[in-house]
Ligand binder design. Structure first.
Ligand SMILES: [Fe+2]
Ligand SMILES: [Fe+2]
Length: 186
């Protein structure tokens, strides 16, 4: 098989020269072009990695840094889901049970996030809070990603996941740079 090379030879008939040898199209410049589900899953993977690092870490400073990253990422993630992805999902699928349970799980996670942010590694309950948060998130992520879960149903629906991906990415960037994060837990 595969006599790939020949391809472009014919093209320019007699008039040699012009044949630009761009064999592959330049297309990949923007790694930010993820569809909505790819973007949200990438967030999940990132946070999972930080939870693992937290668990194996001994240093209080490192733990605090990781917890800060986790909390920040989860706040942004839950917010963009709630503002953009979840409403679009509910509208497209009318899957109220899945949607409402996810929203309630977010509320639970946010309380714990606020408690973690309001304490530090010297607090007796700090590690326990991070551990329980990781378990809550693991459960929640599974609900979103499992077969027949929210993301699978979103894929089967009419949702425009490409466009939503762009909206999510833009909002995420805005929130990460400090624009309009709602609800500082005090
Ligand atoms: Fe999520
Ligand atoms: Fe979620």
């Amino acid at each position: 098989m595969a006599k790939r090379k020949k391809q472009s030879a014919k093209r320019s008939g007699g008039k040699s020269s012009r044949a630009k040898s761009t064999s592959t199209r330049r297309r990949s410049a923007a790694p930010a072009q993820q569809d909505a589900i790819a973007l949200l899953k990438a967030d999940h993977r990132q946070v999972e990695e930080w939870f693992e690092q937290f668990e194996s870490s001994r240093s209080e400073g490192k733990k605090q840094n990781l917890a800060a990253c986790i909390c920040q990422a989860l706040k942004v993630h839950t917010q963009i889901e709630e503002e953009i992805f979840y409403p679009a999902f509910l509208e497209a699928t009318e899957e109220e049970d899945i949607h409402h349970e996810a929203a309630v799980e977010h509320d639970g996670a946010k309380k714990l996030i606020a408690a973690i942010e309001g304490s530090g590694p010297s607090d007796d309950y700090y590690d326990a809070r991070v551990k329980v948060l990781s378990e809550m998130i693991k459960h929640h992520v599974n609900e979103e990603e499992k077969r027949d879960g929210m993301f699978a149903k979103a894929r089967q629906s009419e949702m425009d996941l490409e466009a939503l991906g762009q909206t999510l990415a833009a909002r995420k960037a805005e929130l990460m740079s400090g624009g309009g994060m709602g609800g500082e837990g005090s």
